[in-house]
Design a protein around this ligand. Structure first.
Ligand code: CP
Length: 344
């Protein structure tokens, strides 16, 4: 018997060709223009299992709806709430809280479903484990059906696709050499780096003039930064890093605000909190937005009003965060089409 081809995972865009990225981007925009009433049956008799190890509003609902609107069935499992707690490490004596290993759980779910979506955030205790995506990769290895990353330790590819489509739509496709500012913002918690990593890589892939603005001590991973710089350079763009938020906003076409914790959190949460407190003033204000070229304001959401960004910005015509969230549905449809080999 012929060996089956390996499942078409979507773990991150870096593992897929430019051609696949472009195809998914085009399909996302096509779905957007068809609107949310455009239901079909192209994925009839397919099933999607969604495993959430962490909370979600947009990713969960947009993925469930995308499946249903393509004619598929979706089930959501909140791991540890009505399911067994799962162990992922190999070779451990399972005499703790976890009653089931992912080898069995994912192996079983692969028998039932035609694809699995997984949200599993960073440990924020073991940087190498997070950087190497050991949990998501262990799940992908245990699966015999496509696995879709719904936000992992280091990447959020579904968000990145929706963000790229939002920017292309907003700027009428004219993105090259336009300034994209990824601005760090204060947050009371040390958030993981998946969204800023993916936003940086996404803007670099679009060939934009990317400026990452963050206070000293909040550097993104050097490997991610190097890849973004190489991707941008290959497309006529550039990535620079500055520590001055106001300077970064000068002439911007897109402002993408995001909070993330310092890597110091991995070794000393207390020292990281003290460092982060020093930058409470890093907040997107109307004064900062006035330095831009009528830039659009983006945020992946959820966002803390008047902590990350002022009401006056979020409630202004420059804010496109709701449209950005709307694009999540259309991006999820494009991703399901890709992993399931569906015709356009
Ligand atoms: N942006 C995003 O992934 O939102 P949720 O965490 O609500 O899914």
């Amino acid at each position: 018997m012929d060996e089956l081809p390996p499942p078409r995972h979507l773990l991150d865009w870096q593992y897929l060709s430019d051609d696949i990225w472009q195809r998914c981007l085009t399909r996302t925009l096509e779905h957007y223009h068809q609107g949310k009433q455009a239901w079909s049956q192209v994925a009839r008799h397919r099933s999607l299992g969604l495993l959430f190890f962490n909370p979600s509003l947009r990713t969960r609902t947009s993925m469930e709806l995308a499946a249903v609107q393509l004619g598929a069935h979706a089930t959501t499992l909140v791991i540890g709430q009505g399911t067994w707690q799962l162990e992922w490490r190999d070779g451990v004596v399972m005499d703790g809280a976890a009653a089931e290993h992912i080898r069995e759980a994912i192996g079983v779910l692969s028998q039932y479903y035609d694809a699995l979506g997984v949200r599993i955030f960073a440990s924020q205790t073991d940087y190498e484990q997070d950087r190497e995506e050991r949990l998501l990769n262990a799940i992908a290895r245990a699966a015999t059906v496509p696995v879709i990353n719904l936000e992992s330790a280091f990447y959020h590819p579904c968000q990145a696709l929706a963000d790229a489509a939002t920017i292309l739509d907003h700027l009428d496709g004219s993105v090259q050499r336009r300034r994209f500012v990824l601005s760090w913002a204060y947050h009371p918690r040390a958030l993981p780096m998946a969204v800023p990593n993916s936003a940086l890589l996404m803007a670099a892939r679009l060939g934009m003039e990317v400026v990452v603005a963050h206070p000293p001590g909040f550097e993104l991973d050097e490997g991610v930064l190097a890849r973004a710089q190489a991707d941008a350079a290959a497309r006529g763009g550039r990535v620079t890093v500055v520590h001055d938020q106001a300077e970064a906003f000068d002439g911007a076409a897109i402002v993408y605000a995001k909070s993330w914790g310092s890597r110091l959190y991995y070794t000393s949460p207390e020292e990281e909190a003290a460092l982060r407190q020093q930058y409470r003033h890093w907040r997107v204000t109307p004064e900062l937005m006035a330095r831009t070229r009528q830039a659009a304001f983006m945020h992946c959401l959820p966002v803390r009003r008047n902590v990350v960004v002022d009401d006056a910005v979020l409630d202004s015509p420059q804010a496109i965060h709701l449209k950005q969230a709307a694009f999540r549905l259309y991006a999820q449809k494009a991703i399901l089409e890709y992993v399931w080999h569906l015709p356009p």
